[in-house]
Design a protein. Structure first.
Length: 466
């Protein structure tokens, strides 16, 4: 049996890393056991076997309202490696652009002029949209919990065109689910936190370095500097329960590690099998097998010339949803122009012909920027993460467990645990901080690691239940 720092963290995704950051900031040493060779979990990069290039599994972005993720990045010294977008370009199929940016008005009015100019919706559709938005924001989350968003939208006169031209556009990207599978309280959360509480909540933060650089290299350098032990390629196969506490954990290679406190920061389907393998009675746990997942696809494209100088764009009424220009940094003349197109809730794509999808997306981009219509696609690659996020299906909150599990020295972490947030890097970091707070409390240390939300401005507090 090997001895170890007092806290063992299973899973080196953002949740596990945030727990390690939180604990080590209060002088508690810990050991992170990650099954893969790299840290970062779902927010990481891979080496493209065709040319050895490092590619992010999918473009990840954060938002101004993601205060805990920002705090995590600031703590590990990586906050400067993000570009803050203060405007977003929406491109309709006619090529006409609507640029969304904050007007000099207090929240929630700051985005009103941009919303009023969504040119692909008629004036009456925009009026109905504003009615729908204000109805949603004026209803408290508790009344929306468990309500299917598509039903709610129909009841509030949101036509299919308004749904595809706004609700789908914003929410399917933010929640990675289709409108008929979203719990309406989560739709409200995105719109309240992102668009209505504070002028900067909606701003998009785009990493300027690879996800592996941020979440593997920089995070592990920081944690190692604080004495955190990190073991890669160390999958955990079993937790042993003695007298209602986890006594030790066993790796696949057979190492048995003593543990005073354990934080398990792995996805629910993996936790389910780990608990089964450990023979732990789960009758007083939420049924994790009922937590569903949704896929996200990213199409990586290399053209022989730039299609646009825009850093990114939201594409309306197309298969492609977001385009991220990945050639904005230093490039040599003659370098291929590289971009990534993200397609959330991509169930239709899973069964489609992969080459056909790559070609369709490339064609959509060429049609969007007709001045580059002759650009040649040099290479394309479709990456589908089938279990990218947990689905925010109606009633999901009843399935999300708290970080404190029914076993005293076992904490759960992961974007899917109870944080109130959808599956995001912010949710993952929050869960890690909350799990670390529980461990510290068990050791007699009262510490607040969770960071406050952006302040809600007076007009928003007055108009909408917070
Ligand atoms: C394609 C895609 C696009 C996304 N886009 C965005 C975005 O733009 N913005 C955003 O905020 N979020 C985005 N997300 C969501 C975000 O990546 C996740 O919410 C977040 O990374 C989850 O972190 P986590 O630590 O909870 O889980 P994970 O990242 O899944 O980490 C779990 C870790 O546990 C390890 N593990 C599993 N089993 C074991 C075991 N038995 N022993 C040891 N280790 C184990 C895994 O290898 C993994 O490293 C996206 C996700 C995907 C997949």
């Amino acid at each position: 049996m090997s001895t170890s720092p007092p806290v063992v963290i299973i899973g080196g995704g953002l949740a596990g890393l945030a727990a390690a950051v939180g604990l080590s900031s209060r002088g508690v040493t810990c050991r992170v056991l990650e099954s893969r060779q790299k840290l970062g979990g779902r927010a990481s990069s891979f080496i493209d076997p065709t040319n050895g290039e490092e590619l992010d599994n999918c473009q990840h972005v954060s938002m101004g309202c993601c205060t805990n993720f920002a705090h995590f990045m600031q703590t590990i010294g990586a906050e400067r490696l993000f570009r803050r977008e203060k405007s977003l370009t929406f491109l309709g199929t006619t090529g006409h652009a609507t640029v969304m940016k904050a007007a000099p008005l207090p929240a929630p009015l700051h985005l009103f002029p941009s919303m009023a100019s969504l040119h692909w919706l008629s004036l009456s559709e925009r009026m109905r949209l504003l009615y729908g938005l204000s109805s949603l924001l004026r209803t408290s989350s508790s009344r929306l919990r468990g309500v299917r968003l598509s039903d709610w939208l129909t009841q509030h006169y949101q036509t299919p065109r308004i749904c595809s031209g706004f609700w789908h556009l914003v929410l399917v990207s933010a929640l990675s689910e289709s409108l008929d599978r979203i719990d309406t309280s989560y739709a409200r959360k995105v719109l309240l936190d992102g668009f209505a509480r504070n002028r900067t909540g909606w701003e998009v933060l785009v990493p300027t370095e690879s996800l592996t650089r941020l979440n593997d290299e920089i995070a592990s350098d920081f944690l190692s500097g604080r004495g955190v032990v990190i073991d890669r390629s160390a999958p955990i196969e079993k937790l042993t329960l003695e007298q209602q506490l986890i006594s030790h954990i066993t790796t696949r290679s057979g190492e048995e590690i003593l543990a005073e406190d354990v934080i398990v920061a792995i996805p629910p389907y993996r936790l389910n099998s780990l608990l089964d393998a450990s023979g732990i009675d789960q009758t007083c746990w939420p049924d994790l097998s009922q937590i569903e997942t949704a896929p996200i696809a990213s199409v990586h494209l290399w053209f022989d010339r730039p299609l646009t100088s825009m850093p990114n764009a939201v594409l309306v009424d197309r298969v492609s949803q977001w385009m991220f220009n990945r050639s904005t940094g230093e490039t040599e003349p003659g370098d291929p122009w590289y971009c990534q197109v993200v397609i959330s809730a991509s169930r239709d794509i899973e069964s489609a012909d992969q080459n056909a999808i790559v070609n369709q997306v490339a064609d959509e981009l060429r049609q969007t920027w007709p001045e580059a219509r002759d650009a040649q696609l040099l290479r394309g690659r479709l990456v589908i993460e089938r279990r990218a996020v947990f689905s925010v299906t109606p009633g999901i909150d009843q399935l999300r467990p708290t970080q404190q599990s029914p076993i005293g020295n076992l904490q759960l972490a992961g974007d899917w645990t109870q944080t109130g947030w959808p599956a995001t890097m912010e949710g993952a970091v929050r869960s890690g901080y909350l799990a670390a707070e529980n461990v510290l409390r068990r050791r007699g240390v009262e510490a607040t690691l969770l960071q406050p939300d952006l302040p809600s401005v007076w007009l928003s507090r007055l108009a909408f239940p917070q």
